[in-house]
Design a protein around this ligand. Sequence first.
Ligand code: PSV
Ligand code: MN
Ligand code: MN
Length: 386
Amino acid sequence: MTELAAVKAALKTQAVETPSWAYGNSGTRFKVFAQAGVPRTPREKLADAAKVHEYTGVAPTVALHIPWDTVDDYAALAKYAEDRGVKLGAINSNTFQDDDYKLGSICHPSAAVRRKAVDHLLECVDIMDATGSRDLKLWFADGTNYPGQDDVRERQDRLAEGLAEVYERLGEGQRMLLEYKFFEPAFYTTDVPDWGTAYAHCLKLGPKAQVVVDTGHHAPGTNIEFIVATLLREGKLGGFDFNSRFYADDDLMVGAADPFQLFRIMYEVVRGGGFTPEVAFMLDQCHNIEAKIPAIIRSVMNVQEATAKALLVDREALRSAQVAGDVLGANAVLMDAYNTDVRPLLREVREEMGLDPDPMAAYAASGWAAKVVEERVGGQQAGWGA
Ligand code: PSV
Ligand code: MN
Ligand code: MN
């Protein structure tokens, strides 16, 4: 196989999971802008996600968020997805939209509230059993706003205890992915603020507990690719929530704000042997002012482009330059790959996959947007804002 053929073959195996909530109406805490034709039900979200996969060929799974995507029959929902060419992916828990969770959920000072939160997580594992999902993705809004508000250390004990109960419930082949976020909604302390805290909990829990890196959840200037390299080295990188940030948890299209950072992350993924199904490549985005399906198609393409560039890095030349201490030479090898226009290569890859080489144009010409505007009245809010 030529090298280019190997790169193409790898790109054809790519899988980017799209989030159900990205298809629904969303906004900031100031305003939710309703868009015409957005899904009203989990099934309609899946139908839209199926379009993203149909035109990109590399978005075969859809993450659900419970209770936003609650249905009576999850097996039937999984079947509905499969009939449209996609599968259900990670189950995302929600312990942040209930009055009881004002002081936290799994770390709350009250045992009764902690019980309620853990019960929700256990219910999410029941749902995974029905949907066939592998991953339970956990993000906790837990934290404190004021020094002294609660015992920061004891909150870690409560977290460990709750996570351990859920971990025990995981079945064969199921995993828990623990997400960290440096601030918000709590502002003084956050109970899982960084990869180190997530890693420490996951290490204690065992091999089914893995860290998930949400690219938006870091302070400006954080070297995210170093975190990725470290987690991969430790066998603890469970996946990504991809999005772009300019300021905080912006949830903008991945690769829009800083495509170079996305490339650097994907290079460490490839370098560290992480371009495998063991690492879940998920989007976690909200499209507040732009059309949703095209934005998600664009995001998937941005991940593809960064991956293609990462795969094109001449690893041998890089290694030689590094070993020789050739600082500029090594940097040039990396930049050569980054500066390659991979769009023609990806057009070829799509053609070889039997797809239209231009997913954005193909979707625009499909008539799906006009069809759903006509059919769907009263689209559902993703769950954000109000
Ligand atoms: C909140 O910050 C958040 O964006 C987390 O990243 C979660 O993954 C997502 O919401 C869905 O719960
Ligand atoms: Mn996330
Ligand atoms: Mn987030």
